[in-house]
Each structure stands twice: as structure tokens, then as C-alpha cells.
Design a protein around this ligand. Structure first.
Ligand code: ADP
Ligand code: MG
Length: 549
């Protein structure tokens, strides 16, 4: 997307050394960027602060996604993370003369599937090229990539930002995808400072990558982070990439520049070494602010590669002359053009349908994508959109939620709170995944049923959940029985407790009698405290109303 598509109204206001930047594509979102924090502001709020200067950030991402396949892109070597060094290397991967590439169909299918999920046009014919550079972990001296004609082009990624006062308003945005190309990964260089030597591990050499090139359509770290998170969810739903950033399965390079809207795009820097989504947002916001400061001091932004240092939160120049490098691209002579077919009918006679890549077949096999899943959850269960985000964000949480629903009559809108607060809270606290939960969906369903039927109060239910988590294996009814947590509905007993509370709180009683009915809740709370949350809330309310009338 060119500069002209950037919103015309933008503001930068350098006030009290704080820099205000409008995210032009965020319709109403503006960020205040400082080295330590950034916040969003409404356009109106910012317009109120007249702006002497106007600069906005422009962000374009290049993302390398490691294809989830058993073997490499052009060889039969297995693909595995953290195997012993050089244990997954074929003759081809080590570039022995005379070895030839054999294209892995699974990798092509993964790229087509990803392209379809991102609304790309799939090129029926794409080409492989050699990109030359000299590096120890690239034994051939070139990488096979798709420079001239990539497999997929002209797509888009729709992602969401949470905005509004309580950050519960979903703002839908789109970033254009220029292309998706298939290419080989390089090996890894391991620097041994003690012995002053560099060791090479070729396990990763030749692993299939999809490089996704996005147009410079975004304008701040928050947008980039939201887009990458959505992409990660999509790739995981498709199964085409596991998307683990810390293991290098998803590597994001951020191109960042600043300019005045309406004017041509500014000179960009490329920030590398970003290995988490949180750092991506920070690196971009830092870089935007740094470039603005450079320009404001009368300097110029250098077209350079920078690295993000997560410790200092800064980007620093990398000693690398990539901008000047001549890659001497040439067609890969050992690979014919890559042909994919629209449907079975378009297969040339005699072609084995099982060997060919057929777009229609892949389209039919597309799974439910995260955005569709979220819409379905909101529609089917009447939950809030922000809850649908929480559910889809956590691997396995939708399945957990639906399994609980199957086993209980409790309304989905009531179950959702348990799943997103109690369950997720406990999981996060112990850094556990949903599959490791100490409380299974049927066990939670049983607890919710007991509460629904009035056997326990809601505060006791939370207590029981904690106990179930701690003593995994015990059922809710066992715990309730053992600890005598059942609801107290004995009217005589409740009368006497309520009387005690009424007698010792004359001011509250007076307030209620004077018409302040809300104060009754305080008395109900005191009764619950007496009974450790076990008193039947309906009965308690009735009794207290009677005693304070
Ligand atoms: P090159 O051919 O030099 O690699 P591309 O046009 O392919 O440049 O862009 C590479 C990446 O840089 C893309 O993700 C694109 O969105 C991004 N990009 C290009 N120009 C800018 C800019 N001025 N500011 C921010 N990002 C940019
Ligand atoms: Mg490029």
C-alpha cells in the first residue's frame, strides 16, 4: 500500500518531551510513544492538542514461517527441533556435488493452503531461483527461493485490535500480503567464544520455509503484534506451521519508517532478532520514536539493519552490509517450473491425481479459521466477542469449553466466566497448557451442576474448584462432603445468624429502614462471612429483608 492510502489526518505533537503519533490505519487509535510505555488515544483527544509537526510510523513485515512437514523442502532428511547437531543432514543438505533437489509435495501443499487461507491468488506456475550469498551455514553458497514468480500473491490478513475505553471494542483491520514464497532455511552457526571458533549445525539447512511479505500497511507496534498473533493462530489452525517464535518456527523482521502522510514513504530500517510478539511491538514503537527523534534533530535515517536488544528495549545497528549486497539471482537449473492445478478436471491426461497439487482439493480441506470460529462461538453461545478471543487464543480452550457445556445444563454465558477466569487463571499462574489442566471438563461440569442445583453457593464453588485443582482427582461432591461445604438452608440456624448480624449493625439496619436498600448486601455479606459462604443466599436475603423491614 502506498503512502496515499495512509489517512490524511495525523498528528505528532512533541509536548513535554512526549511524542504523539497517530496510527493512520487504526481509524481512531493514536499511540503516545515513550521509551517505557505507549498508550492509545482517540483522534478527537489528539486533535484537541494542536500539532506543530506531523509524522507517522509505517511498518511492513517480512515473516519466515517454518513449514510443518516431516522432511525438508528438497531432501528426505527429517525435520526436528533440538536433535543432536548434524544428525539430520543428507548429502544434498550438505551440498555435495552431484546431488539434486527433489521438491517435497507436502511443503507445496502447505504454501498453497496458507495462500488460500490468506485470500491469495495461487500462481498455477511458479519458479525457483538461486539467491547467492556467502555464509558458513549455507554450504551451497546460494539459497533456493522464489524471486521472480512466487507460489502465492496478492492476499490479505484480517486481524483485530481491542480498543475503546475498556479495551473491549473489537476494531477489525486488514494488512495486504504481497506474496508468499517457498524457500530453504539455512543452517545455524554456533559461536564458541571460549575456543574462539564457529561451529556449524546443518540440521536446519534445507528445511522448508514460507516467506510472507506484507505491504507497509501498518503503523505501530500494536498493529503488527495483533497481525502476527492472528497469523500465528491461522497457521496453527491450518497445521502448516507450528508458529513457536521462541523455537524460531516463526521469525519476524520488521521494516520501519516514518513520514508525513501524503508524502512519499520515508527511508526504512529493518529490525531483526525479534523472538516474541511482545518484543515485536516494543521494537517497532522504539524504532518509530528513534527515527522521529533523528529527524527532529535534523538528521537522516540510515537504510540499515538493526537488531532488537530485549534487555535494553532498544534497537541497535547490526554490522552487516545487506543493503549493498548483490545476490546474483539466477533461475535454479535443477528444478522445473512448479505447476499446481485448479481442479482434477484440469489435470493433463495420464497425471497421477495423488501426485499432483490440486488447489480445489486443498480449498475443500481448509479447516475452520480463527475468525470464523470466534464468530461461531459468539453466535452459538451468546458469549461476548472478547471472550471468543480469549477462547481461541489458548490452544485447546474452545474444546474444553464445549466439553464442559456438553456435560452441564448451565448456560454458556455462565460457564464462560469459569473457563476464562478460574481455569485460565490457574493455568497461567502455573504456566500450564489447557491439556495439562488438573480439572477435567466433566469434573468442572459436575461442580457447576452442584452450584446450579443450589447445593453450594457460588463462593463455595470457587473454593471447591481450588481444592479440586490442588488435590487433583477428587470430585466436587467428595470435597463438599469431606469439608462439609454444602449449603446451609436450615431456617432456624440462618434466623439466628441473621439476628446476630442485625443486632450488631444498628447503623446499617437504620439505613435500610430509611430506604437505602443497597445496604442489605453488606448484611448479606456479613452472614456469608459467618457461614464461610455456605448460607443459602435466597433464604438469607428473605430473612434479612424481614428483619430490617
Ligand atoms: P526490497 O525489494 O528492497 O526487499 P520490498 O518492496 O520487497 O523491498 O519490501 C520489503 C519489505 O519492506 C516489505 O515487507 C515492505 O512492506 C517493507 N517496506 C518497504 N518499504 C517500506 C517503508 N518505507 N517503510 C516500512 N516498510 C517498508
Ligand atoms: Mg523484498
Amino acid at each position: 500500500m502506498a503512502a496515499s492510502s495512509v489517512a490524511a489526518s495525523e498528528l505528532l505533537h512533541n509536548m513535554n518531551k512526549q511524542i504523539w503519533i497517530l496510527c493512520p490505519k487504526a481509524s481512531c487509535i493514536i499511540r503516545r510513544i515513550s521509551t517505557t510505555s505507549s498508550r492509545c488515544y482517540s483522534q478527537r483527544q489528539l486533535r484537541a492538542k494542536s500539532a506543530p509537526q506531523q509524522l507517522v510510523g509505517v511498518v511492513g513485515l517480512e515473516i519466515h514461517a517454518q513449514i510443518n512437514s516431516n522432511t525438508k523442502l528438497f531432501s528426505g532428511s527429517p525435520v526436528r527441533f533440538s536433535a543432536p547437531p548434524n544428525s539430520l543432514v543428507s548429502f544434498f543438505d550438505s551440498s555435495l556435488p552431484g546431488t539434486l533437489p527433489v521438491l517435497n509435495r507436502r511443503c507445496v501443499e502447505a504454501a498453497v493452503m496458507t495462500g488460500l487461507a490468506l485470500n491469495c491468488t495461487i500462481n498455477r506456475k511458479s519458479l525457483f531461483d538461486r539467491k547467492h550469498y556467502f555464509y558458513a551455514d549455507l554450504p551451497a553458497g546460494y539459497q533456493i527461493t522464489q524471486q521472480r514468480r512466487p507460489i502465492a500473491v496478492d492476499g490479505e490478513l484480517t486481524y483485530n485490535l481491542l480498543g475503546g475505553k475498556n479495551r473491549n471494542q473489537v476494531i477489525r483491520k486488514t494488512v495486504n500480503i504481497k506474496q508468499i514464497q517457498l524457500e530453504q532455511d539455512s543452517g545455524k552457526s554456533l559461536h564458541d567464544d571460549v575456543h574462539s571458533q564457529t561451529l556449524i549445525d546443518l540440521n536446519r539447512a534445507g528445511v522448508g520455509l514460507m516467506e510472507l511479505v506484507m505491504e507497509p500497511d501498518m503503523s505501530c507496534g500494536e498493529e503488527a503484534a495483533a497481525a502476527v498473533r492472528e497469523l500465528q493462530l491461522i497457521l496453527q489452525a491450518l497445521g502448516t506451521c507450528q508458529g513457536n517464535m521462541s523455537e524460531g518456527q516463526l521469525r519476524v523482521d520488521a521494516n520501519v519508517s516514518v513520514h508525513r502522510p501524503g508524502e512519499p514513504l520515508g527511508i526504512r530500517t529493518e529490525v531483526k532478532n525479534i523472538n516474541s510478539i511482545r518484543y515485536l511491538a516494543r521494537a517497532i514503537d522504539y524504532e518509530i520514536q528513534r527515527q522521529i527523534s533523528v529527524l527532529q534533530r535534523g538528521g537522516t535515517v540510515q537504510n540499515e539493519t538493526r537488531a532488537y536488544d530485549s534487555k535494553s528495549g532498544e534497537t541497535i545497528p547490526m554490522r552487516d552490509k545487506e543493503g549493498l549486497q548483490d545476490y546474483r539471482f539466477m533461475p535454479e537449473p535443477n528444478l522445473p517450473p512448479l505447476i499446481v492445478y485448479g481442479d482434477n478436471a484440469s489435470l493433463p491426461t495420464g497425471t497421477d491425481a495423488c501426485q499432483a497439487v490440486v488447489v480445489q482439493k486443498i480449498r475443500e480441506g481448509l479447516p475452520e479459521l480463527p475468525s470464523v470460529k470466534r464468530d461461531r462461538l459468539v453466535r452459538t453461545y451468546g458469549i461476548l466477542p472478547e471472550h471468543s478471543f480469549t477462547l481461541v487464543n489458548e490452544d485447546g480452550l474452545v474444546e474444553y469449553f464445549e466439553a464442559v457445556l456438553k456435560a452441564t445444563k448451565k448456560e454458556p454465558r455462565k460457564v464462560i466466566g469459569w473457563v476464562t477466569n478460574e481455569l485460565l487463571g490457574h493455568l497461567k499462574q502455573q504456566d500450564m497448557s489447557v491439556s495439562q489442566s488438573k480439572v477435567s471438563p466433566p469434573a468442572l461440569a459436575e461442580l457447576l451442576e452442584l452450584q446450579e442445583k443450589g447445593h453450594i453457593s457460588s463462593s463455595v464453588a470457587k473454593q471447591v474448584f481450588q481444592e479440586m485443582w490442588r488435590s487433583s482427582g477428587k470430585t466436587a461432591s467428595q470435597i463438599i462432603q469431606e469439608q462439609d461445604l454444602g449449603l446451609v438452608s436450615d431456617t432456624a440456624q440462618l434466623h439466628s445468624i441473621c439476628q446476630k448480624v442485625v443486632d450488631s449493625n444498628p447503623d446499617e439496619v437504620l439505613a435500610i429502614r430509611n430506604g437505602n436498600k443497597k445496604v442489605l448486601n453488606r448484611l448479606i455479606g456479613l452472614v456469608q462471612r459467618e457461614t464461610k459462604g455456605r448460607a443459602d443466599p435466597v433464604l438469607v436475603k428473605e430473612i434479612l429483608q424481614e428483619k430490617t423491614s
